[in-house]
Design a binder for this molecule. Structure first.
Ligand code: F3S
Length: 283
C-alpha cells in the first residue's frame, strides 16, 4: 500500500463549505432551489446539485421569472443593488456570502459614504471583486498589477481606503501597497486577504517538498487550484493536476516514496477521498 499524506486544509475553505451546506440543507427542505451563480467553481459539484433539482440563476431577470422558491447567494457575495433586488424578489433568501467577504462590503460601504476613494486589489472581472465594488456608493478602482498601481492618480489630500480580494497574492498586495503609498499620504490599507488561501498554499509547499509525487486536485477553471499546482511544481518534480480519481489512473509516475495530496478551495471532500483511496490501493 502506498503512503499517502493529505494536507490538513486541502479542499473547501470555510466560506465555500458553508455555501455547499446551505444548498444541501435546502435540498432536504424541498421546494424550488436556485443558486445565484454557480455555488462553486467546480463543474462536478454544480452538476451533482443540478441533478437534485438545483438551478443556477445567472441574473436578476431570470430570477424574476422563476417560480418562487429558495435562492442561495454564494460565498463570493453580490453587489449591494443585486443583494437588495434578490431580497425584494419574493423568494426565500439564504445569504451564504462568506463573513470575511461581508466584512469587506461593510468597510467599502462605510468608507465610500464618508467620501473616501475606494481602491481594490484583485481581478476586476472576478465575481467577488464585482460584488465588493458594488458596495461602494461612489464606485471603486480595481488594480491588479504594478502598472495599474503606478498609473493611479490621486487628488491632493484625497482620502483612500484600500482593500483586497480575499484570494489575492499577499506578496503582490504588499508590492502594490508600497507603490501607492509613495503617491498618497492619506491611505488606510486593509489587508483583507483570507488566511485560508495562505494556509493552504503554505501546507502545499511544505508537503510538496517532502514527497516523491504531489497531486493537486481541482477544477481546470479554478485559479486557486492552478496556483497550488504552480507552488507544488516548484518543490516537487512529479506534480500532477487532476480533476478527480479518473485523471490519476495510469498517470502516477513510477517513483518510490510517499504521495502528497492537496486540493483547491472548491474541491469537495468525496473527490479528495476517492483520489486518496485510488492512490493508496491501486498504484
Ligand atoms: Fe471566505 Fe476565505 Fe473562503 S474569504 S470564501 S473562507 S477563501
Amino acid at each position: 500500500m502506498r503512503e499517502v499524506i493529505t494536507a490538513p486544509h486541502a479542499g473547501f475553505c470555510f466560506g465555500a463549505g458553508r455555501g455547499v451546506e446551505e444548498v444541501e440543507k435546502a435540498i432536504k427542505n424541498g421546494g424550488r432551489i436556485y443558486t445565484f451563480g454557480p455555488i462553486l467553481n467546480n463543474a462536478a459539484v454544480v452538476a451533482g446539485f443540478e441533478e437534485k433539482g438545483v438551478r443556477v440563476i445567472e441574473d436578476l431577470e431570470e430570477l424574476k421569472n422563476a417560480e418562487k422558491g429558495t435562492v442561495i447567494i454564494r460565498s463570493h457575495g453580490v453587489p449591494k443593488a443585486t443583494y437588495e433586488a434578490i431580497m425584494a424578489s419574493g423568494h426565500k433568501v439564504v445569504d451564504a456570502t462568506c463573513p470575511f467577504v461581508k466584512r469587506i462590503h461593510r468597510i467599502v460601504e462605510e468608507a465610500s459614504i464618508k467620501g473616501e476613494r475606494i481602491v481594490v486589489t484583485g481581478n476586476p472581472i472576478h465575481p467577488e471583486v464585482v460584488g465588493i465594488v458594488g458596495w461602494s456608493v461612489t464606485g471603486a478602482t480595481v488594480i491588479e498589477n504594478s502598472d495599474d498601481a503606478e498609473n493611479l492618480h490621486f487628488e491632493d489630500g484625497e482620502k483612500v481606503t484600500l482593500v483586497s480580494q480575499t484570494t489575492f497574492n499577499r506578496k503582490k498586495f504588499q508590492e502594490l501597497v508600497e507603490i501607492i503609498e509613495k503617491n498618497v499620504y492619506n491611505i488606510s490599507c486593509m489587508n483583507t486577504i483570507c488566511d485560508a488561501t495562505a494556509v493552504r498554499q503554505q501546507e502545499a509547499r511544505d508537503l510538496a517538498g517532502r514527497v516523491s509525487v504531489m497531486i493537486v486536485i481541482g477544477d481546470t477553471h479554478s485559479s486557486n487550484s492552478k496556483k497550488l499546482y504552480e507552488i507544488c511544481s516548484e518543490c516537487c518534480e512529479h506534480t500532477l493536476f487532476v480533476q478527480d480519481a479518473s485523471d490519476v489512473k495510469g498517470n502516477l509516475p513510477e517513483v518510490e516514496g510517499p504521495v502528497g495530496i492537496t486540493a483547491g478551495a472548491s474541491t469537495p471532500k468525496y473527490i479528495i477521498e476517492e483520489v486518496q483511496s485510488y492512490v493508496r490501493n491501486d498504484f
